[in-house]
Design a protein around this ligand. Structure first.
Ligand SMILES: C[S@@+](CC[C@H](N)C(=O)[O-])C[C@H]1O[C@@H](n2cnc3c(N)ncnc32)[C@H](O)[C@@H]1O
Length: 212
């Protein structure tokens, strides 16, 4: 049973998703700029639980020389920095709806020929396709109702190359529902799905590849 704060949180974002996609995007942008009024609101850079989550996520990736990586909902670039270190030859794009978060991401992981940050609402923005690694972590529950989650699944699967890998990380057991939209999209096959019972919040790391 989700906690009361979690249920209120999800209800709030489901209500925002009753707006048009454009209206929802505008409010998400305002909300997340406000959320990022002080640095690192989720303590992603300092919390041991978040660091452990990043480590197990990286370990679960099929070992390949990834060349083109995109992280949707990159916030202040903490995991983007870990990706840049883990894949020093890859081109990496971080996407976030909050310009304030991205200003800090750019300070943390300077943009250069291979790392860049894009300010966009990924529900309405057509990101460049053909990535061999796509990440979406702790972001899908902000998108609200079914139609928006179906839209997000289509957007995420469109980012992949034919042999690319998509990774989603969300709290368990909610991840069963959120990741189910990616299964239902019909173009993706699960490669792996692991639940980590790490306190204070278990989470699932699910990995897909396009169906052959
Ligand atoms: C909880 S943070 C997750 C950060 C990172 N993915 C991680 O796991 O460390 C969620 C981020 O998603 C971003 N976000 C939420 N909805 C978005 C959308 N529609 N398009 C792009 N970014 C979005 C927020 O601005 C926020 O920075």
């Amino acid at each position: 049973m989700p906690s009361l704060p979690d249920r209120l949180h999800r209800t709030f974002f489901r209500t925002l998703s009753l707006l048009s996609p454009k209206g929802q995007g505008l409010l998400l942008r305002r909300y997340f700029d406000w959320r990022h009024r002080a640095p690192d609101p989720w303590k992603l850079a300092t919390d041991g639980y978040e660091q452990q989550k990043y480590q197990v996520t990286l370990k679960q990736l099929p070992p390949r020389p990834y060349r083109r990586i995109i992280e949707i909902g990159c916030a202040e670039g903490v995991f983007t920095g870990a990706l840049a270190a883990a894949y020093p030859d890859a081109e990496i794009t971080g996407v976030d709806v909050s310009e304030r978060a991205l200003a800090r991401a750019r300070a943390r992981v300077p943009e250069n020929g291979r790392v860049r940050f894009v300010h966009a609402d990924f529900l309405t923005h057509r990101c460049e396709p053909r990535h061999d690694l796509v990440f979406c972590s702790e972001t899908l529950y902000y998108l609200g109702r079914h139609e928006r989650l179906r839209r997000a699944s289509a957007q995420l699967s469109d980012l992949l190359t034919a042999d690319g890998v998509l990774v989603a990380v969300h709290p368990w057991p909610e991840a069963a529902r959120l990741h189910g939209y990616l299964d239902a999209h019909g173009t993706l096959a699960r490669i792996s799905d692991e639940v980590y019972e790490i306190p204070p919040r278990p989470f699932a790391v699910t990995v897909w590849s396009p169906k052959g």
